[in-house]
Design a protein around this ligand. Structure first.
Ligand code: ATP
Ligand code: MN
Length: 481
């Protein structure tokens, strides 16, 4: 007999049919009622056993965490809490679970503790919901781009270019670290390394995605990226997944429209397809926030998501944002840790959060940042009255509770301008000859952005720490599992 998934049973309710379900025991009451979960849905299926018919030795083995199968008939439930249940004719035990040794307990355990047993935390209601939502968001992203004619590109994980400057890189080498070969000059002899040159894990697939966009038109990448930055925050990982669309013949406005459409589409998709999981996550967040003072609590999760899908994002320039921040109450009263003094400095996360959460109370897109604080490939703006220094066509999207979720720009398509910037920033032209070739041959305006996937999952699930939205987080001092 074939196994039926609980999600399918709940959807179709084939009363009277004989079924086989397989899953893990969530609870066993009165030697009679098993709550069984198989991961296909947050809902458990109630399996009713006739303990008088069952071998006592087998009854003993039906315990929290055990993997079992139950064959029986689907009937309308007599009890409250579920519409249907399975009247079991046969129980099979696949894997026992000794409650004395099992690190998971059928009670609330802290997220910090569960992080230490990340190999088992999938089995909790919270993490079951998180990882179902994570999947759904990944699928929605592919669907969004596919439906619009974008091509999914796989850019390299190992790269030789370390010029991008997006963050510190992890070195990839097969040289023996205990006895590194050296040249006569005393430098590491990369000639003897696997690739005959120094290589790293990628920090971004953008530069390669640009190459593809300048032929295929509209492309995106969705892959792992690595940053050896020593940031122990709730928003940074050393290994995270990034979505990077790149569009030929697009400018900054097109780029903002694409990012806003995409974010609203995928959040709406999750609301439609993960309603039950989101309810679990909403209740979890509300519970977590009970310990916070009233004014620090956020909107209920689902309301917050609807708010983002139903309102357009506020768009303003960096220069306008600086004005707002300079004149803001917290700045005048010295409440910012980093006072906003003048034009040209990078915004701190406290400033971003003020703009999003206090001033505009909705997602914000900041544009036209000072060139000096942005990457070399961003398109140089024409000078504008009232703007103190040179700017680039950059855009950052800021979300409540998260801060920066998207960073992007229109790219510098003019060869001379690009080379000029590279020289200013001491980026070796020789290493990036292939990138510069696109500006020599058939260059065109184009734009793109990077969306940090885990930050999106964080926003949608309401999980406070980014380490709780990726199965096995990598961060300073941790590469367990
Ligand atoms: P931040 O200032 O928050 O460190 P960044 O400016 O370094 O971000 P980008 O280089 O523009 O970020 O990367 C694009 C996107 O990737 C960011 O908007 C963010 O969503 C995500 N991101 C960047 N660094 C990390 C990280 N260490 N862990 C998880 N996501 C990240
Ligand atoms: Mn960073």
């Amino acid at each position: 007999m074939r196994r039926t998934k609980i999600a399918d049973i709940i959807r179709t309710e084939p009363i009277g049919t004989e079924l086989l379900v397989k899953g893990w025991v969530k609870a066993f009451r009165n030697n009679q009622f098993i709550a069984l979960n198989d991961g296909s849905t947050p809902h458990n299926m109630q399996v009713v056993v006739d303990f008088e018919q069952l071998d006592p030795a087998q009854l003993e083995r039906i315990r929290f965490g055990a993997a079992i199968g139950a064959r029986g008939t689907l009937v309308e439930s007599q009890g409250k809490g579920q519409k249907v249940e399975i009247k079991a004719a046969e129980i099979v035990i696949y894997g026992d679970c000794n409650p004395e040794e099992y690190p998971l307990q059928p009670k609330k355990q802290t997220l910090e503790y569960l992080r230490e047993i990340a190999h088992l935390r999938f089995r909790t209601n919270t993490f079951g919901a998180v990882f179902r939502v994570r999947h759904t968001l990944a699928y929605a992203i592919h669907k969004f781009f596919n439906d619009r004619g974008f091509y999914y590109q796989h850019t390299p994980i190992i790269t030789a270019s370390d010029a991008e400057g997006a963050g510190e890189m992890f070195r990839v080498t097969t040289l023996p670290i205990e006895n590194v070969p050296r040249t006569d000059a005393g430098e590491v002899d990369f000639d003897q390394d696997f690739f005959r040159r120094s290589t790293n894990l990628t920090v971004s697939g953008q530069l390669e995605a640009e190459l593809a966009a300048l032929a295929l038109g509209e492309v995106y990448t969705f892959g792992p990226t690595f940053r050896a930055e020593n940031s122990n925050t709730t928003r940074h990982l050393a290994e995270f997944w990034m979505i990077e669309p790149e569009v030929a013949f697009a400018d900054l406005d097109d780029n903002m429209n694409l990012a806003e459409d995409m974010l609203q589409y995928v959040i709406r998709y999750a609301l439609e397809h993960c309603a039950d999981d989101l309810k679990i996550l909403e209740d979890r967040l509300t519970e977590e926030e009970k310990s916070k003072p009233q004014d620090q609590r956020t909107m209920p999760l689902i309301e917050k998501l609807r708010f983002v899908t139903d309102n357009s994002f506020e768009r303003l320039t960096y220069t306008e944002a600086i004005d707002i921040l300079k004149n803001s109450n917290p700045n005048k009263k010295g409440k910012f840790q980093y006072p906003v003094e003048g034009w040209g400095t990078d915004l701190q996360s406290e400033h971003e959060r003020y703009l999003v959460e206090k001033h505009f109370k909705k997602p914000v897109i900041l544009t036209n940042y000072p060139a000096a604080i942005k990457a070399f490939y961003m398109r140089q703006d024409d000078p504008k009255e009232g703007v103190p220094g040179p700017t680039v066509s950059a855009m950052d999207i800021l979300f409540p509770g998260i801060g920066e979720i998207v960073g992007g720009s229109q790219r510098e398509e003019r060869y001379e301008r690009l080379v000029g910037r590279m020289q200013e920033m001491h980026i070796p032209e020789k290493e990036l000859y292939w990138y510069l070739d696109t500006r020599k041959f058939g260059s065109c305006p184009h734009a793109g952005f990077g969306l940090g996937f885990e930050r999106l999952v964080q926003f949608v699930t309401g999980m406070t720490n980014i380490r709780d939205v990726i199965a096995f987080p990598r961060f300073p001092g941790n590469a367990e599992f």
